[in-house]
Design a protein around this ligand. Structure first.
Ligand code: TYM
Length: 329
């Protein structure tokens, strides 16, 4: 069975973008792959976090993973901060990363281009830690949304570079990006990615939003004045985004939805998308409540941490041997 790994950062609440771009893929792949899914909480602290909120968001994220359909019998679920091997290998890979390649990473580039101050060294080097997360487990595939593809490509480069310098050590991973929904856009600014850290809550649907509130957000989503329902990202980014959301939640192909709406207006279309989001969130949140009530999160994570830890120990030991870092006979 091929191995697959991915993770989500518990900064803020999870969005519909995270679900469509990443988590729904994890669920779809869990029967076919040896799947490792983790909470990237060491990545979360690259920007300042409130400790109470971080703890709450982390537990919510685990419960949401389960509510979205990840089955702990099939998937190894773990929390990064419990595995110090990640930061250890992260450091080693930082020492194999060039300043130039980290400077080219979009998140860092965007923040510096905007003139943001207070950018931490951790934010600059985090793609090397992400490479460690992936290479630690010899993942063949890494399912991610479009914005993370560049980081998986860095992980590939680092794996190849390390193998070349020190001999075969890491599997070279491949990113898997969904064909529909790899980049869900903000509802208020459909040329910008829907993001957990958006200042405008109307642009983002949180998986824990009241379903009625989420429906309102869809109804007030920014569209255009063309008045036709077409998938045209360039000229109709808002409508195209809503088509993508509806298609991914209902399973109906975008072309079929477009055909059904020939000659019809935006009002009816938005109502249908709003209802699909409402139904999806209602169902998801019911499951989320059941999972919280069942109180099994600690047990699931302890088992996942232990299993991941065994693999991580072996890999770090091997890497240290290759580098001449273990000297005791
Ligand atoms: P994060 O937490 O920003 O996002 C988690 C996943 O959700 C996807 N995503 C989206 N997909 C479609 N539309 C959107 N609007 C949208 N917003 C987010 C992301 O592409 C991602 O797949 N660095 C990573 C976490 C990480 C990781 C890893 C992932 C750390 N180590 C190792 C894979 C493998 C991050 O910040 O994702």
């Amino acid at each position: 069975m091929k191995r697959m790994l991915s993770g989500v950062k518990p900064t803020g609440r999870l969005t519909l973008g995270n679900y469509i771009g990443a988590i729904s893929q994890f669920v779809a792949f869990q029967d076919e792959y040896d799947l490792y899914i983790f909470i990237a909480n060491m990545h979360a602290i690259t920007v300042p976090q409130d400790s109470k909120e971080l703890r709450r968001n982390t537990r919510d994220l685990i419960a949401l993973y389960l509510a979205c359909g990840l089955d702990p019998q099939k998937v190894t679920l773990f929390v990064q901060s419990y595995l110090p091997q990640h930061t250890e290998l992260g450091w080693i890979l930082t020492c194999h990363s060039y300043m130039g390649e980290l400077q080219r990473m979009t998140q860092y580039k965007d923040k510096t281009a905007k003139g943001e101050t207070g950018i931490t060294a951790g934010l600059f080097t985090y793609p090397s830690l992400m490479a460690a997360d992936i290479l630690m487990y010899d993942a063949d595939y890494v399912p991610v949304g479009m914005d993370q593809k560049q980081h998986v490509e860095l992980a590939r480069n680092l794996a190849e570079r390390f193998n070349h310098r020190h001999g075969e050590t890491f599997v070279v991973p491949e990113p898997i990006v969904p064909t529909v929904g790899a980049k869900i856009m903000s509802l208020q600014n459909p040329t910008k990615k829907m993001s957990k850290s958006d200042d405008n809550p109307k642009g983002t649907i949180d998986l824990l939003d009241e379903p009625a509130v989420a429906r309102k957000k869809i109804m007030s989503a920014v569209t255009d004045s063309l008045g036709v329902i077409h998938y045209d990202v360039e000229n109709q980014p808002g409508i195209s985004n809503l088509l993508t959301i509806l298609s991914r939640l209902s399973g109906e192909a975008i072309e079929d939805i477009v055909k059904r709406y020939e000659g019809k207006g935006y009002g009816d279309f938005k109502k249908e998308v709003g209802q699909a989001v409402f139904d999806f969130l209602t169902q998801l949140q019911n499951k989320y409540q059941q999972i919280i009530a069942a109180g099994q999160i600690d047990e699931i994570i302890a088992a996942g941490n232990a299993k991941a830890g065994r693999i991580a120990d072996k890999k770090v030991a091997k890497v240290k041997r290759k580098l001449g870092l273990n000297i005791l006979k």
